[in-house]
Design a protein around this ligand. Structure first.
Ligand SMILES: [Zn+2]
Length: 87
């Protein structure tokens, strides 16, 4: 079967049909997802809970047509280290 990954002789990992890896980072603010709520938020809106609150909901129509906040806007709202890291 192609859904069994043999890692070691002692055990097999069975990957359920339809399994897909989840992202670890928010595509908008690039910060690590903090929990299940963030994972679900990325699946539903393409952004973590904070980004959905600050950027998705107020710009829902623009968001659906592909708009995303600029790095500076994200930094302004979330005050993370994104800009510092980018320098
Ligand atoms: Zn985010």
């Amino acid at each position: 079967m192609d859904n069994i990954v043999r890692v070691e002789k002692e055990f097999d990992i069975i990957i359920e049909p339809g399994f897909k890896k989840a992202k670890f980072d928010c595509p908008v603010c690039k910060l690590a997802l903090a929990g299940l709520e963030d994972v679900e938020s990325v699946e539903n809106y393409g952004a973590c809970c904070d980004c959905a609150q600050f950027f998705y909901w107020p710009n829902k129509d623009r968001w659906k047509s592909g708009w995303r906040p600029k790095k500076e806007q994200v930094h302004e709202k979330l005050n993370n280290y994104y800009v510092v890291k980018e320098k």
